[in-house]
Design a protein around this ligand. Structure first.
Ligand code: SAH
Length: 219
């Protein structure tokens, strides 16, 4: 059952305010990103048994061996994506529980989100619908293909780690587009930001991260 958006009381808002203070201490600066995290209920994206832990800065299980990314990582990736201006068309790979999708949908023109595990995407869709976020399109697919019908994208955000950046995703970036993606194996991953210019792909390697693996096929 979907937890109601109502009847949460003040506790969640206060807890979210504290979460945002922690994110500021950790170096997140983009005011729009911070405001959006402050306003977005995170607990509705999680099973009721874990909802009370929703505002801890930690990754938590969402079923099917997957995790909801920790708030810091959601904030950091969104900030990196938006640093050089707003993004009208964003491709997200790894819908998971839909929390990162909710943040993107409030800050970008339209979000195209791809997930390989159908029941996860179904639940995410219900929660995002409950939040009245309508500027989202969903695809059940292996994100390694990207979403060619809607390319090019001026933003791509990937929430599972491939060992190398998938070529299809690079090809589906618009000139001036930005991709934020964790890259590496289970022992060592780093966050990377790719910017497509007229003539090349510029890659910045940022901090070390821990993500679930980017897996082939769909289930
Ligand atoms: N942003 C999500 C993160 C979920 S974990 C959240 O905060 O809930 C990463 C997600 O990526 C998982 O749901 C996993 O199933 C999905 N995933 C992994 N490899 C994928 C692929 N090749 N294509 C699409 N989704 C993939």
């Amino acid at each position: 059952m979907i937890q109601s958006l109502h009847g949460i009381g003040m506790t969640s808002q206060r807890t979210r305010n504290r979460m945002v203070e922690r994110l500021q201490e950790q170096g997140i600066r983009n005011a729009k990103v911070l405001d959006t995290l402050r306003a977005t209920p995170r607990h509705i994206f999680m099973d009721e048994a874990l909802a009370s832990r929703a505002y801890e800065d930690t990754a938590l299980p969402i079923g099917f061996n997957q995790t909801i990314s920790q708030p810091y990582i959601v904030a950091r990736m969104t900030e990196l994506l938006l640093e050089f201006g707003p993004r009208a068309k964003v491709l997200e790979i790894g819908t998971g529980c839909g929390y990162q999708t909710a943040i993107l949908a409030q800050l970008c023109g339209h979000v195209y989100t791809v997930e390989r595990i159908q029941p996860l995407q179904k639940k995410a869709k219900d929660h995002l619908w409950e939040m009245k976020l309508k500027n989202i399109s969903y695809l059940h697919s292996d994100g390694g293909w990207g979403w060619p019908d809607n390319a090019p994208f001026d933003g791509i955000l990937v929430t599972a780690a491939p060992s190398e950046i998938p070529e299809n995703l690079l090809q589906q970036m618009a000139v001036g587009g930005i991709m934020v993606i964790p890259v590496g194996g289970s022992d060592s991953q780093s966050l990377q930001r790719v910017t497509r210019t007229e003539t090349s792909f510029e890659v910045e390697t940022l901090e070390p991260v821990v993500f679930v693996p980017f897996l082939p096929g769909r289930i």
